[in-house]
Design a protein. Structure first.
Length: 322
């Protein structure tokens, strides 16, 4: 066992305990957690800073408010329901359309049909705290439903891929993209069966795919190759991610970005305790990159931070991943 631990450390793998003590506890003051744990506050912060986020149709705060749902979404055929304090994608319901025969019948992204009463029951569960961190009472957000960018037509099943960037002291140090599958029921969640693909920080090109704990060279539903997918406007996406440092004051954060076909890159959410599976997708540990980023100077110029990250953490280290 000790030999195995030494091997992981030699490869730069960052464990959960080390992540918590060396980075989260040191760089993320607990008083700032509500800025990212509460998706409504995150959205308000981003809007105030001029950062693009999915439009908010309304907020359900009480059981009485559930009756306002039809009016809040009257002008849209599709929308997403999210718990403000949810994590890991739990509690998210995505309505993709409505039945042409009945206004109170909704079609979910996986094709399931539900009625207004079932949606109301789901909203009630959100309010009761069923999906929230710590089980505390919550509120439900009604958001614009992301429309998948045509770039991903062959790389996802039903849902919308998202890009996770780990940012340390304002420097983007590692990235991956999560591709929905039939098994994940259209959700970009690795634990539910989505494909994770490492990305070259320098170029925004995917390198190595993972499904569960196994390598994935092709998407399991579409057959599209995982490696070689180039994300457009990559420098802009890294800039969006790097801005999370000034936005929240958190020194170690996971930034989730989606590409909408109409609005382009949008910040979906921020995470003060981002998971470590990104290391598997990149076939490289986070620790060595984190140590390099910790040694970098405080830099107020975001463009300089992004350029330095692309120089330090991209390119050569991915040569063997293709």
């Amino acid at each position: 066992m000790l030999s195995w631990v030494r091997q992981l450390r030699a490869r730069g793998v960052l464990g959960m305990n080390e992540r918590n003590t060396e980075y989260i506890m040191r760089l993320n003051p607990r008083r700032l957690y509500p800025l990212v744990d509460d998706k409504l506050r995150t959205k308000e912060l981003a809007i105030a800073a001029g950062i693009a986020v999915p439009k908010l149709h309304g907020v359900i705060r009480t059981e009485h408010d559930i009756g306002d749902l039809p009016e809040l979404v009257r002008d849209t055929q599709d929308f997403a329901i999210k718990p403000a304090h949810g994590s890991g994608g739990d509690g998210i319901m995505v309505v993709a359309g409505r039945s042409p025969r009945a206004a109170d019948i909704y079609r979910l992204v996986d094709g399931t049909q539900v009625n207004a009463e079932q949606i109301g029951f789901h909203l009630s569960n959100i309010l009761s705290g069923q999906f929230s961190l710590g089980g505390h009472r919550d509120v439900a957000l009604l958001e614009y439903c992301i429309k998948v960018d045509p770039l991903f037509a062959d790389h996802c099943h039903q849902g919308v891929p998202d890009i996770r960037v780990i940012v340390l002291r304002g420097y983007p140090i590692m990235a991956m993209i999560r591709l929905p599958t039939r098994k994940s029921r259209g959700k970009a969640n690795l634990h539910q069966g989505a494909v994770g693909a490492g990305m070259d920080i320098a170029t925004g090109i995917t390198t190595f795919g993972v499904l569960g704990n196994a390598r994935a060279t092709d998407h399991p539903d579409t057959g599209a190759p995982i490696a070689g997918l180039a994300i457009p406007r990559w420098e802009y996406l890294l800039t969006l991610a790097a801005r999370s440092y000034e936005l929240t004051g958190l020194g170690y954060v996971g930034v989730d970005i989606v590409l909408d076909r109409q609005y382009g890159p949008l910040i979906l959410e921020l995470n003060a305790r981002p998971g470590l599976n990104i290391q598997i997708c990149n076939r490289e540990g986070l620790r060595l990159r984190a140590e390099k980023a910790m040694a970098l100077p405080e830099e107020p110029d975001i463009a300089v931070r992004v350029a330095r990250s692309r120089e330090l953490f991209g390119g050569a280290s991915y040569a063997s991943a293709a």
